[in-house]
Design a protein around this ligand. Sequence first.
Ligand code: UD1
Length: 367
Amino acid sequence: MKKIISVVGARPNFMKAAPLHRAFLKYQDQVQHLICHTGQHYDLNMSKVFFEELELPKPDFYLGIGSGSHAEQTAKIMIEFEKVLLKEKPNLIIVVGDVNSTVACSLVAVKLGIKVAHVEAGLRSFDRTMPEEINRLLTDAISDYLFVTEESGVQNLANEGIDESKVFFVGNCMIDSLINYLPKIEKSDVVSRLNLEAKKYIVVTLHRPSNVDEPSNLKEIFFQFTKLADGYKIVFPIHPRTRKMLEQSGLTDIHKNILLIAPIGYIDFVNLVKNCALTLTDSGGIQEETTYLKIPCLTLRDNTERPITTILGTNKLIGTKYNRIYDEVIFTLQHDQKDSQIPPLWDGGAAERIVEVLMTSLNQTNQ
Ligand code: UD1
């Protein structure tokens, strides 16, 4: 019997791990698939609700790391995860995405001689000021299996000299979750609960340090939102980091059409996106979800590690000239949507392809 431990830590990890867990159930007689939650995100609405909605079992290991500086968080995860690996001695660990938990756990495993599979490998923003870019580069450099969501990832890994026999273009686990839960998502009544009208509101999510940590940026962003709010309702589920920065910035007089709400669960969030006129975000995953749902997405960043969403999908990078937000939103709303396509292999089968590769390889090498 083989043993595999999948690591999750922060909100965007949960929807990538859930389809993997489901796919491993088919191999229950050959592999024990365990889940380790580092506790990087710990609030009920940043973590537990996703386990429930995505039908993930209670984690087998909970490291309870919580917040801290990058060094503190990464180091604490490493110390606690090493204890788990020394006790459990898995054949392989799986890490997903690009958060601090991803790089911390990969590093621990590789030093203990345990194989690492990275799901969502190869994405590059080429912006090394982003903590996630460092996490991606380092994790990919030491992984044994690199599972890629879009063709740019294959090219980036080749350019970095990573042996192509380790690289598998399999599609997108986040989209696996979206497709799997679409029937449930469609039944959510969140639009009426929030007194919104389909296609008459804008969804906003912002949490990147580069956008929200500087009070003057936040002030300009809210100035632009206030102009938009005369014509559209704006629903903004606020990430704890953004909430904290907003409180510190002294911005209190918020237009009544800007609904600042607590972070919401997966099912309600995707329903909100599916029914909105437009999404404005700095998240990576939402660029992909809007592309799949064919909802216009404006990304408040100068670059994206997910270029396929701008080439084939509905995503447009509008940069960080915050005083352009109003004009960009109005322009997009007033013009016909560009013809978009769903990227190759974003078909709901990525996790199954990943698990097949891993099981075949583990059985062949008999590690
Ligand atoms: C992390 C990831 C980022 C990802 C994002 C999704 C890294 C480097 N960053 O950023 O790539 O897009 O998650 O949300 O791994 N907090 C709470 N409750 C929580 C979690 C966080 O209050 O459950 C607050 C804490 O004050 C914390 C702050 O949010 O200091 C930031 O959390 P952290 O995990 O450091 O990074 P994120 O900004 O969430």
